[in-house]
Design a protein around this ligand. Sequence first.
Ligand code: ADP
Length: 191
Amino acid sequence: MTNIVLFGPPGAGKGTQADILKEKYSLVHISTGDVFRYNIKNKTELGDLAKSYMDKGHLVPDNVTINMLKAEVEKNPEANGFIFDGFPRTAAQAEALAFFMGEINSQIDAMVALEVADEVLVCRLLERGKVSGRPDDANENVIRERIAEYYRKTDILKDFYQKKDKYYGVNGVGTIGEITERLSEVIDGLL
Ligand code: ADP
């Protein structure tokens, strides 16, 4: 089983690349943002709760997110491996993930991070907001708050994986194909 955390700030291109990589390596892609949006669309209790945080650009509380992620993993007992996109985003989530993967006799093999400058991120997210229908992409203040939240709570996870020799940074600026190529080099090295 090969399990990858695809990492990077909002707008780094995680979703786009995960969609390509899951086919290429036959992995199950779990995007916490997509699961939250699905719940919001279907007006579930989880969706209502998540929306109240997401609309402000804040993270959804750890206990809620961790339980949800665990349930998504458990839905796929036959998986070859997972690409986690948008998880973990806090130290508590990273600890929970390590514990949980251990319980199913597996582990995270690598965190692969897409590196993109902040001003490029803001431009990309504003562009995406014109077509995605995502309210959190439509407002520059919310976008900047998401990036600030990333630096407050998420960026430190680089250290968490670096200490385990599992961190790989990749330049996230270029064509989609070029970036897939760079990510693939890292993943091929793990197999
Ligand atoms: P982005 O495109 O900004 O990377 P996502 O689509 O992954 O965002 O997630 C959108 C929002 O969902 C986040 O801003 C956050 O409010 C919530 N969210 C997603 N993943 C997590 C997580 N692991 N922990 C807490 N909140 C999360």
